[in-house]
Design a protein. Structure first.
Length: 105
């Protein structure tokens, strides 16, 4: 059984920073995460939500382009799998970086 100086619950923005700082101070750190490294913010909340919100804003601009003197030629629509696709490589890279900080036992 492992022993730790400190246990950090959650690997989101707060937990990630707390674990790194405790390690820098010489502590043996354990991190408990029930899901993917990076927590809710990285995987479901902040970052993916911002990508969806930006796409929704662009869609709204397209639908009201005539208000700006631009004829976009009709109704704009969204392909939500394509909407989130640009964010996936960044999310994967950040998640892998976060996962690389931890040893799973």
């Amino acid at each position: 059984m492992s022993s730790f100086d400190i246990i950090v619950i959650g690997s989101g923005p707060g937990g990630y920073v707390a674990a790194i700082r405790a390690s820098q101070l010489g502590m043996k750190v354990g991190v408990v995460e029930k899901a993917e490294p990076g927590g809710i913010c990285l995987n479901w909340g902040c970052i993916p939500t911002k990508a969806l919100l930006k796409s929704a804003q662009v869609l709204e601009y397209c639908r009201h382009s005539l208000d700006y003197g631009i004829n976009s030629g009709g109704d704009a629509s969204a392909d939500f799998s394509a909407v989130i696709a640009p964010a996936l490589p960044s999310l994967t890279a950040i998640r892998n970086n976060a996962a690389g900080m931890y040893v799973v036992t």
